[in-house]
Design a protein around this ligand. Structure first.
Ligand SMILES: NC(=O)c1ccc[n+]([C@@H]2O[C@H](COP(=O)([O-])OP(=O)(O)OC[C@H]3O[C@@H](n4cnc5c(N)ncnc54)[C@H](O)[C@@H]3O)[C@@H](O)[C@H]2O)c1
Length: 313
Protein backbone atom coordinates (compact mmCIF):
# COMPACT_ATOMS: atom_id res chain seq x y z
CA UNK A 1 0.00 0.00 0.00
CA UNK A 2 1.38 3.39 -1.00
CA UNK A 3 -0.84 5.39 1.41
CA UNK A 4 -1.29 8.38 -0.91
CA UNK A 5 -4.98 8.50 0.10
CA UNK A 6 -4.50 7.56 3.73
CA UNK A 7 -7.04 9.24 6.00
CA UNK A 8 -9.48 9.87 3.13
CA UNK A 9 -12.94 8.35 3.08
CA UNK A 10 -14.52 7.35 -0.21
CA UNK A 11 -17.91 6.37 -1.58
CA UNK A 12 -17.82 4.36 -4.80
CA UNK A 13 -20.99 3.46 -6.70
CA UNK A 14 -21.12 0.44 -8.97
CA UNK A 15 -18.42 -0.97 -6.70
CA UNK A 16 -19.77 -4.51 -6.98
CA UNK A 17 -18.20 -5.29 -10.33
CA UNK A 18 -16.18 -4.07 -13.30
CA UNK A 19 -14.72 -0.57 -13.24
CA UNK A 20 -16.38 0.44 -9.95
CA UNK A 21 -14.86 -2.53 -8.14
CA UNK A 22 -11.41 -1.79 -9.61
CA UNK A 23 -11.72 1.86 -8.53
CA UNK A 24 -12.77 0.86 -5.00
CA UNK A 25 -9.74 -1.45 -4.74
CA UNK A 26 -7.39 1.19 -6.20
CA UNK A 27 -8.57 3.72 -3.60
CA UNK A 28 -8.17 1.14 -0.83
CA UNK A 29 -4.71 0.21 -2.10
CA UNK A 30 -3.74 3.85 -1.52
CA UNK A 31 -5.14 3.77 2.01
CA UNK A 32 -8.64 5.25 1.60
CA UNK A 33 -11.55 3.83 3.57
CA UNK A 34 -14.35 2.74 1.26
CA UNK A 35 -18.13 2.56 1.19
CA UNK A 36 -18.78 0.04 -1.60
CA UNK A 37 -22.21 0.86 -3.05
CA UNK A 38 -23.99 -1.47 -5.43
CA UNK A 39 -27.42 -2.75 -6.34
CA UNK A 40 -26.07 -6.03 -7.68
CA UNK A 41 -28.34 -6.39 -10.71
CA UNK A 42 -27.58 -7.47 -14.27
CA UNK A 43 -26.13 -5.17 -16.93
CA UNK A 44 -29.65 -4.22 -18.08
CA UNK A 45 -30.62 -3.21 -14.55
CA UNK A 46 -32.76 -6.25 -13.75
CA UNK A 47 -32.51 -8.02 -10.38
CA UNK A 48 -30.66 -7.03 -7.23
CA UNK A 49 -28.24 -8.61 -4.77
CA UNK A 50 -26.25 -7.40 -1.76
CA UNK A 51 -23.48 -9.92 -2.50
CA UNK A 52 -21.31 -7.89 -4.94
CA UNK A 53 -21.11 -4.88 -2.57
CA UNK A 54 -20.31 -7.21 0.35
CA UNK A 55 -17.54 -8.94 -1.60
CA UNK A 56 -15.87 -5.69 -2.64
CA UNK A 57 -15.98 -4.37 0.92
CA UNK A 58 -14.32 -7.60 2.11
CA UNK A 59 -11.61 -7.33 -0.57
CA UNK A 60 -10.93 -3.69 0.37
CA UNK A 61 -10.55 -4.69 4.03
CA UNK A 62 -7.89 -7.22 3.04
CA UNK A 63 -5.86 -4.23 1.79
CA UNK A 64 -5.76 -2.92 5.37
CA UNK A 65 -8.43 -0.21 5.24
CA UNK A 66 -11.89 0.10 6.72
CA UNK A 67 -14.68 -0.76 4.31
CA UNK A 68 -18.45 -1.19 4.46
CA UNK A 69 -20.94 -2.34 1.84
CA UNK A 70 -23.97 -0.21 0.96
CA UNK A 71 -26.70 -2.05 -0.90
CA UNK A 72 -28.81 0.52 -2.69
CA UNK A 73 -30.10 2.09 -5.89
CA UNK A 74 -28.35 5.32 -6.93
CA UNK A 75 -31.45 6.44 -8.88
CA UNK A 76 -33.38 6.63 -5.58
CA UNK A 77 -32.81 10.10 -4.04
CA UNK A 78 -33.28 8.92 -0.44
CA UNK A 79 -31.20 5.76 -0.91
CA UNK A 80 -28.41 7.92 -2.37
CA UNK A 81 -28.52 10.15 0.70
CA UNK A 82 -28.23 7.03 2.87
CA UNK A 83 -25.13 5.82 0.98
CA UNK A 84 -23.37 9.18 1.46
CA UNK A 85 -24.44 9.27 5.11
CA UNK A 86 -23.04 5.75 5.59
CA UNK A 87 -19.58 7.17 4.87
CA UNK A 88 -19.98 9.89 7.51
CA UNK A 89 -21.52 7.49 10.04
CA UNK A 90 -18.78 4.88 9.61
CA UNK A 91 -15.68 6.99 8.99
CA UNK A 92 -16.53 10.51 10.25
CA UNK A 93 -16.69 12.41 6.93
CA UNK A 94 -16.72 11.97 3.13
CA UNK A 95 -13.74 13.13 1.05
CA UNK A 96 -14.21 11.24 -2.20
CA UNK A 97 -17.15 10.23 -4.37
CA UNK A 98 -16.67 8.08 -7.47
CA UNK A 99 -19.87 7.68 -9.50
CA UNK A 100 -19.39 4.55 -11.57
CA UNK A 101 -22.73 2.67 -11.40
CA UNK A 102 -24.36 2.09 -14.74
CA UNK A 103 -26.58 -0.08 -16.90
CA UNK A 104 -27.33 -0.41 -20.59
CA UNK A 105 -30.68 -0.98 -22.31
CA UNK A 106 -29.58 -0.99 -25.93
CA UNK A 107 -32.12 -0.42 -28.71
CA UNK A 108 -32.47 1.79 -31.78
CA UNK A 109 -34.57 4.89 -31.08
CA UNK A 110 -37.52 3.68 -33.13
CA UNK A 111 -37.74 0.53 -30.99
CA UNK A 112 -36.94 2.12 -27.61
CA UNK A 113 -39.68 2.13 -24.99
CA UNK A 114 -40.34 4.98 -22.59
CA UNK A 115 -39.30 2.66 -19.75
CA UNK A 116 -35.93 1.87 -21.39
CA UNK A 117 -35.28 5.58 -21.81
CA UNK A 118 -36.35 6.49 -18.26
CA UNK A 119 -34.41 3.69 -16.56
CA UNK A 120 -31.07 4.46 -18.21
CA UNK A 121 -31.40 8.19 -17.61
CA UNK A 122 -32.42 7.46 -14.00
CA UNK A 123 -29.44 5.25 -13.15
CA UNK A 124 -26.74 7.25 -14.92
CA UNK A 125 -27.79 10.90 -14.97
CA UNK A 126 -30.13 11.13 -12.01
CA UNK A 127 -28.00 8.66 -10.06
CA UNK A 128 -24.90 10.82 -10.55
CA UNK A 129 -26.90 13.91 -9.54
CA UNK A 130 -28.39 12.17 -6.48
CA UNK A 131 -25.04 11.00 -5.11
CA UNK A 132 -23.25 14.26 -5.96
CA UNK A 133 -25.98 16.46 -4.48
CA UNK A 134 -25.83 14.75 -1.11
CA UNK A 135 -22.03 14.65 -1.16
CA UNK A 136 -21.78 18.33 -2.13
CA UNK A 137 -23.81 19.43 0.90
CA UNK A 138 -21.12 17.92 3.13
CA UNK A 139 -18.12 18.72 0.93
CA UNK A 140 -19.12 22.40 0.73
CA UNK A 141 -19.38 22.61 4.53
CA UNK A 142 -15.97 21.03 5.04
CA UNK A 143 -14.40 22.97 2.11
CA UNK A 144 -12.92 19.79 0.62
CA UNK A 145 -13.96 17.07 -1.75
CA UNK A 146 -13.15 15.03 -4.84
CA UNK A 147 -15.83 13.81 -7.24
CA UNK A 148 -15.07 11.61 -10.24
CA UNK A 149 -17.91 10.75 -12.62
CA UNK A 150 -17.99 8.14 -15.35
CA UNK A 151 -19.06 8.93 -18.88
CA UNK A 152 -18.46 7.07 -22.16
CA UNK A 153 -17.27 7.75 -25.67
CA UNK A 154 -21.01 7.51 -26.48
CA UNK A 155 -21.43 11.04 -25.05
CA UNK A 156 -20.41 12.52 -28.42
CA UNK A 157 -22.72 10.28 -30.44
CA UNK A 158 -23.53 6.59 -30.64
CA UNK A 159 -25.66 4.04 -32.47
CA UNK A 160 -27.97 1.60 -30.71
CA UNK A 161 -28.47 3.22 -27.32
CA UNK A 162 -29.54 6.87 -27.51
CA UNK A 163 -30.65 6.68 -23.86
CA UNK A 164 -27.11 5.75 -22.76
CA UNK A 165 -25.41 8.35 -24.99
CA UNK A 166 -27.76 11.09 -23.82
CA UNK A 167 -27.26 10.13 -20.17
CA UNK A 168 -23.47 10.22 -20.56
CA UNK A 169 -23.64 13.59 -22.36
CA UNK A 170 -25.74 14.80 -19.45
CA UNK A 171 -23.15 13.58 -16.96
CA UNK A 172 -20.41 15.41 -18.90
CA UNK A 173 -22.40 18.66 -18.63
CA UNK A 174 -23.18 17.92 -14.99
CA UNK A 175 -19.46 17.40 -14.33
CA UNK A 176 -18.60 20.83 -15.78
CA UNK A 177 -21.42 22.48 -13.84
CA UNK A 178 -20.50 20.89 -10.49
CA UNK A 179 -16.86 21.86 -11.09
CA UNK A 180 -17.87 25.48 -11.66
CA UNK A 181 -20.17 25.60 -8.63
CA UNK A 182 -17.98 23.71 -6.17
CA UNK A 183 -14.43 24.67 -7.16
CA UNK A 184 -14.41 27.71 -4.89
CA UNK A 185 -15.11 25.44 -1.93
CA UNK A 186 -12.07 23.24 -2.51
CA UNK A 187 -14.12 20.56 -4.24
CA UNK A 188 -13.07 19.23 -7.65
CA UNK A 189 -15.31 17.37 -10.06
CA UNK A 190 -13.91 15.53 -13.07
CA UNK A 191 -14.98 12.62 -15.26
CA UNK A 192 -13.38 9.61 -16.84
CA UNK A 193 -14.37 8.21 -20.19
CA UNK A 194 -13.26 4.60 -19.70
CA UNK A 195 -12.62 1.64 -21.97
CA UNK A 196 -12.28 -1.73 -20.23
CA UNK A 197 -13.19 -5.36 -20.61
CA UNK A 198 -16.14 -5.90 -18.24
CA UNK A 199 -19.38 -7.88 -18.33
CA UNK A 200 -20.99 -4.76 -19.91
CA UNK A 201 -18.56 -4.64 -22.84
CA UNK A 202 -17.37 -8.24 -23.08
CA UNK A 203 -20.13 -10.40 -21.62
CA UNK A 204 -21.22 -13.49 -23.62
CA UNK A 205 -24.23 -11.73 -25.19
CA UNK A 206 -22.18 -8.70 -26.18
CA UNK A 207 -19.49 -10.89 -27.75
CA UNK A 208 -22.23 -12.79 -29.61
CA UNK A 209 -23.45 -9.45 -31.03
CA UNK A 210 -19.90 -8.55 -32.17
CA UNK A 211 -19.56 -11.94 -33.88
CA UNK A 212 -22.85 -11.41 -35.71
CA UNK A 213 -21.52 -8.09 -37.01
CA UNK A 214 -18.50 -9.90 -38.47
CA UNK A 215 -20.67 -12.67 -39.95
CA UNK A 216 -23.00 -10.15 -41.58
CA UNK A 217 -20.07 -8.22 -43.06
CA UNK A 218 -20.78 -5.11 -40.97
CA UNK A 219 -17.38 -5.51 -39.24
CA UNK A 220 -14.09 -6.85 -40.53
CA UNK A 221 -12.21 -9.45 -38.47
CA UNK A 222 -9.62 -6.73 -37.74
CA UNK A 223 -12.36 -4.49 -36.30
CA UNK A 224 -13.50 -7.39 -34.10
CA UNK A 225 -9.95 -7.98 -32.84
CA UNK A 226 -9.53 -4.27 -32.17
CA UNK A 227 -12.79 -3.96 -30.22
CA UNK A 228 -12.21 -7.07 -28.13
CA UNK A 229 -8.52 -6.46 -27.34
CA UNK A 230 -9.18 -4.33 -24.27
CA UNK A 231 -7.51 -4.43 -20.85
CA UNK A 232 -9.44 -5.23 -17.68
CA UNK A 233 -10.51 -2.32 -15.38
CA UNK A 234 -7.59 -2.76 -12.95
CA UNK A 235 -5.33 -1.38 -15.72
CA UNK A 236 -7.05 2.02 -15.62
CA UNK A 237 -8.22 2.29 -12.00
CA UNK A 238 -5.28 4.35 -10.78
CA UNK A 239 -6.37 7.21 -13.09
CA UNK A 240 -9.58 8.04 -11.16
CA UNK A 241 -7.71 7.29 -7.90
CA UNK A 242 -5.10 9.92 -8.83
CA UNK A 243 -7.91 12.44 -9.53
CA UNK A 244 -9.12 11.83 -5.96
CA UNK A 245 -5.77 12.80 -4.44
CA UNK A 246 -4.37 16.05 -3.08
CA UNK A 247 -1.90 15.94 -5.97
CA UNK A 248 -4.87 16.60 -8.29
CA UNK A 249 -6.16 19.65 -6.38
CA UNK A 250 -5.71 21.88 -9.45
CA UNK A 251 -7.61 19.54 -11.80
CA UNK A 252 -11.28 20.56 -11.94
CA UNK A 253 -13.89 20.24 -14.71
CA UNK A 254 -11.79 17.91 -16.86
CA UNK A 255 -12.74 14.81 -18.81
CA UNK A 256 -10.10 12.13 -19.30
CA UNK A 257 -10.06 9.07 -21.53
CA UNK A 258 -8.89 6.11 -19.41
CA UNK A 259 -7.89 2.61 -20.49
CA UNK A 260 -4.98 0.22 -20.12
CA UNK A 261 -3.85 1.39 -23.55
CA UNK A 262 -4.25 5.17 -23.13
CA UNK A 263 -4.77 8.20 -20.87
CA UNK A 264 -6.18 11.15 -22.79
CA UNK A 265 -7.75 14.58 -22.32
CA UNK A 266 -11.09 15.53 -23.88
CA UNK A 267 -11.05 19.28 -24.46
CA UNK A 268 -14.42 20.97 -23.78
CA UNK A 269 -16.67 21.64 -26.76
CA UNK A 270 -16.48 25.25 -27.93
CA UNK A 271 -17.83 27.49 -30.72
CA UNK A 272 -15.22 27.17 -33.44
CA UNK A 273 -16.48 29.64 -36.10
CA UNK A 274 -18.66 32.67 -35.35
CA UNK A 275 -20.40 35.13 -37.65
CA UNK A 276 -21.14 38.31 -35.72
CA UNK A 277 -23.60 40.85 -37.11
CA UNK A 278 -25.16 44.20 -36.21
CA UNK A 279 -28.63 43.00 -35.27
CA UNK A 280 -29.70 46.52 -34.23
CA UNK A 281 -29.14 47.60 -37.81
CA UNK A 282 -30.12 44.51 -39.82
CA UNK A 283 -32.94 43.03 -37.69
CA UNK A 284 -33.66 39.28 -37.55
CA UNK A 285 -31.49 36.86 -39.55
CA UNK A 286 -32.84 36.32 -43.06
CA UNK A 287 -32.98 32.95 -44.82
CA UNK A 288 -30.43 34.20 -47.42
CA UNK A 289 -27.95 35.31 -44.75
CA UNK A 290 -28.17 31.92 -43.01
CA UNK A 291 -27.64 30.04 -46.29
CA UNK A 292 -24.62 32.23 -47.06
CA UNK A 293 -22.95 31.56 -43.68
CA UNK A 294 -23.36 27.77 -43.71
CA UNK A 295 -20.47 26.83 -46.08
CA UNK A 296 -17.98 28.83 -43.99
CA UNK A 297 -19.33 27.55 -40.65
CA UNK A 298 -19.15 23.95 -41.87
CA UNK A 299 -15.80 24.06 -43.68
CA UNK A 300 -14.28 20.56 -43.37
CA UNK A 301 -17.44 19.08 -41.84
CA UNK A 302 -18.54 15.56 -42.81
CA UNK A 303 -22.06 14.22 -42.11
CA UNK A 304 -21.51 11.27 -39.69
CA UNK A 305 -24.51 9.41 -41.10
CA UNK A 306 -25.46 10.36 -44.67
CA UNK A 307 -28.58 8.81 -46.27
CA UNK A 308 -27.87 5.34 -47.72
CA UNK A 309 -28.77 6.51 -51.26
CA UNK A 310 -26.06 9.18 -51.03
CA UNK A 311 -23.45 6.68 -49.76
CA UNK A 312 -23.96 4.47 -52.86
CA UNK A 313 -23.12 7.38 -55.23
N1 LIG B 1 -16.54 -1.04 -19.64
C1 LIG B 1 -16.37 -0.05 -20.50
O1 LIG B 1 -15.57 -0.13 -21.47
C2 LIG B 1 -17.10 1.24 -20.32
C3 LIG B 1 -17.02 2.20 -21.34
C4 LIG B 1 -17.65 3.41 -21.16
C5 LIG B 1 -18.35 3.66 -19.99
N2 LIG B 1 -18.44 2.70 -19.02
C6 LIG B 1 -19.19 3.02 -17.81
O2 LIG B 1 -18.46 2.56 -16.69
C7 LIG B 1 -19.37 2.26 -15.64
C8 LIG B 1 -19.10 0.86 -15.11
O3 LIG B 1 -19.40 -0.05 -16.14
P1 LIG B 1 -18.78 -1.53 -16.19
O4 LIG B 1 -18.34 -1.75 -17.58
O5 LIG B 1 -17.85 -1.71 -15.07
O6 LIG B 1 -20.11 -2.40 -16.00
P2 LIG B 1 -20.56 -3.43 -14.84
O7 LIG B 1 -21.90 -3.90 -15.24
O8 LIG B 1 -19.49 -4.42 -14.60
O9 LIG B 1 -20.65 -2.51 -13.53
C9 LIG B 1 -21.74 -1.67 -13.27
C10 LIG B 1 -22.07 -1.77 -11.80
O10 LIG B 1 -23.07 -0.79 -11.49
C11 LIG B 1 -24.02 -1.41 -10.62
N3 LIG B 1 -25.31 -0.73 -10.74
C12 LIG B 1 -26.13 -0.73 -11.82
N4 LIG B 1 -27.23 -0.02 -11.55
C13 LIG B 1 -27.11 0.43 -10.28
C14 LIG B 1 -27.94 1.23 -9.46
N5 LIG B 1 -29.12 1.68 -9.88
N6 LIG B 1 -27.50 1.54 -8.22
C15 LIG B 1 -26.31 1.07 -7.77
N7 LIG B 1 -25.48 0.30 -8.51
C16 LIG B 1 -25.89 -0.02 -9.76
C17 LIG B 1 -24.09 -2.84 -11.10
O11 LIG B 1 -24.65 -3.70 -10.12
C18 LIG B 1 -22.63 -3.14 -11.41
O12 LIG B 1 -21.96 -3.65 -10.30
C19 LIG B 1 -20.76 2.47 -16.20
O13 LIG B 1 -21.22 3.76 -15.86
C20 LIG B 1 -20.54 2.37 -17.69
O14 LIG B 1 -21.53 3.06 -18.40
C21 LIG B 1 -17.85 1.48 -19.17
Amino acid sequence: MADRLKGKNAVVTGAGSGIGKAVALALAAEGANVVACDLGGSTDGKGASAEPANETAEECKKLGVQAVPAFGDVSDFKAAEGMIQACVDNFGRIDILCNVAGIDRARMIWNMSEEEWDQVIAVHLKGTFNMSKHACVKMRQQRYGRIVNTISEAWVGTVGHVNYGAAKGGIASLTYAIAWEMGRYGVTCNAICPRAATRMTMGPEVLEGYKKRVESGLWSQERYEEVTHVATPDYLAVIPAFLCSDEAAHINGCIFGAAGAFFSYWAPAHESVIFGRDWDKYGPWTWEEVAKCVPTLLKGYVNPAPPEEEKKK
